[in-house]
Design a protein around this ligand. Structure first.
Ligand SMILES: [Zn+2]
Length: 152
């Protein structure tokens, strides 16, 4: 019997990339309710000591055994920015890197204001309008996501 499935590890995919998370990874792209005005999105700045440190992205991380993208994104966001408000999921975008590894972005909306409590993997957390993200140093994976799925 295997007590711990080793999904929290680096994976070399079929396209020659190196990815964190042997079962894929997921992130939570949480936006405010557009009815409250211009929609804003919650992003984290990764701490300098983690992979792609200093860049802005969605909270998220590696999926573990038996977890779907929704659960993984929620669990990782909870770890990184503390208790989450109620939110509704609008869409899950699953992207394959070309080598069989997937990152799932969970697009969700909340109408509840809350104060994120960042953990040590996160150096900053803030809300941005879609038009403000171009001025940020984005994580390369999140930047590619935005190119393919522009936010309103
Ligand atoms: Zn890959």
């Amino acid at each position: 019997m295997v007590a711990h499935q080793p999904f929290d590890r680096w994976l070399h995919c079929g396209a020659g990339h190196v990815h964190w998370g042997a079962a894929g990874a997921a992130g939570l792209l949480l936006g405010t309710d557009a009815r409250a005005g211009t929609r804003r999105y919650l992003l984290i700045q990764r701490s300098s000591w983690v992979h792609e440190g200093g860049t802005w992205s969605v909270p998220g991380g590696a999926r573990v055994s038996g977890e779907d993208a929704l659960r993984a994104a929620h669990r990782e966001a909870l770890e990184e920015i503390g208790p989450l408000p109620d939110y509704r999921v609008d869409q899950v975008v699953v992207e394959d890197c070309g080598g069989g590894w997937t990152f799932s972005t969970v697009l969700a909306v909340t109408s509840t204001a809350f104060t994120p409590v960042p953990n040590g993997e996160v150096s900053d957390v803030a809300w941005f309008g879609a038009g403000e993200m171009g001025a940020l140093e984005l994580h390369p994976g999140f930047a590619r996501f935005l190119e393919r799925h522009p936010l309103a």
